[in-house]
Design a binder for this molecule. Structure first.
Ligand code: NAP
Ligand code: GDD
Length: 320
């Protein structure tokens, strides 16, 4: 039975990746940081099938000891301070977790067993003020937030350990991926939650920032398959994962509201509070390398993603 360690097990991607690896017969070790109350909401339905271990990307010793104890063949580093606006309020913490945390895990692997295969969760946010459209593995980076800057560091330290120590260190440059398990503060979930709240008479309006920002949005369940495929290749590499389509926040609103027979123009209010000091205006992937080498294709379309999220929030809110 192969053993995989997932950092960020309590997050959106951690939950989908754990489900996938369980289906494939892995022993899954999920790393969760200590908190005063447990936050297993996303993993509650399979928590008895995995092993949860306390660990923190800010603590080198915890990473060393969990590798020594569980002897994984694969490590998926999904943990991060992942919310872009927070990275302006807590830039040093973001750098410590999202950037230096990657080095701490790579160092732990190098000391304990350099043959462990490592996946780093890199981000399209690294492309920022894009220097090329669409963006591929060779597009230069121009990050626009402390989060994006930290992810650029995480990407390059992964490449550097691959080249310096011949480690199987792979970087997946993933474009935005969403799901009914997405955190509430991210724009897609904020919209799907508000649409259903408004439909059920529990909310009156939805306050948003930049409606013209464009993202290449896919379904998280599809994207964790790409992570696994990357670690099954003969050699470590960098891969861009996305749909190759881009849509504006406004379009997401249109589809989400019209799915429940409402017009977004009656409810969406622009609020400067949600504008960012520096914005990433346009992200669109060129995932042809992943298509060719990994034989990876996204299965869920943009419209299916929006309606899936609205339907899931409707079902949840109706239950409440
Ligand atoms: P998420 O839902 O925000 O999950 C982040 C996870 O990291 C949570 O489990 C969180 O634990 C954990 N974490 C935060 N700080 C930690 C620390 N110091 N030590 C250990 N764990 C810590 O993020 P996601 O959407 O699943 O994304 C997964 C990864 O992919 C992240 O690295 C993100 O930056 C990257 N990424 C995401 C996307 C996307 O569109 N979703 C795109 C590209 C890249 P708590 O539950 O305790 O907070
Ligand atoms: N969060 C949020 N809230 N975003 C808003 C709002 C709002 O009220 N109104 C407009 N937006 C716009 C933001 O300005 C941004 O351009 C876009 O919606 C998407 O914002 P988020 O959903 O917060 O995601 P993100 O693109 O900044 O970051 C996500 O994707 C990255 C990959 O590109 C995160 O998952 C990152 O961790 C990930 O790396």
């Amino acid at each position: 039975m192969p053993t995989a360690i997932i950092t960020g097990i309590t997050g959106q991607d951690g939950s989908y990746l754990a489900e996938l690896l369980l289906q494939k017969g892995y022993h899954v070790i999920g790393v969760a940081r200590r908190s005063s109350t447990v936050n297993y909401e996303r993993i509650q339905h399979f928590v008895d099938d995995i092993t949860i271990v306390q660990g923190d990307l800010q603590d080198q010793g915890s990473l060393l000891s969990l590798l020594e104890e569980y002897k994984p063949t694969e490590v998926y580093n999904l943990a991060a301070q992942s919310f872009v606006p927070t990275s302006w309020n807590q830039p040093a913490l973001t750098g410590d977790v999202t950037a230096l945390g990657v080095t701490r895990m790579l160092e732990a692997i190098r000391f304990v067993n350099p043959k462990i295969r490592f996946y780093q969760a890199s981000s399209s946010e690294m492309f920022g003020k894009v220097l090329e459209v669409p963006q591929n593995e060779n597009t230069p980076f121009y990050p626009r937030s402390p989060y994006g800057v930290a992810k650029v560091y995480g990407h390059w330290i992964t490449v550097n350990y691959r080249e310096s120590f011949n480690m199987f260190a792979t970087s997946g440059i993933l474009f935005n991926h969403e799901s009914p398990r997405r955190g509430m503060e991210f724009v897609t979930r904020k919209i799907s939650n508000a649409v259903t709240g408004i439909k059920l008479g529990k909310m009156k309006e939805l306050r948003l920032g930049n409606l013209e920002a464009q993202r290449d949005w896919g379904f998280a369940g599809d994207y964790v398959e790409a992570m696994w495929l990357m670690l099954q290749q003969d050699h470590p590499d960098n891969y861009v994962i996305g749909t190759g389509e881009t849509h504006a926040v406004r379009e997401f609103c249109e589809i989400a509201f019209s799915h429940v027979d409402l017009d977004y123009k009656d409810y969406v209010v622009m609020d400067e509070k949600f504008y960012r000091p520096a914005e990433v205006d346009l992200l669109i992937s060129d995932p042809s390398k992943a298509r060719m080498q990994l034989k990876w294709e996204p299965a869920v379309s943009f419209k299916e993603l929006v309606t899936m999220m609205v339907d899931a929030d409707l079902a949840r809110l109706k239950k409440q």
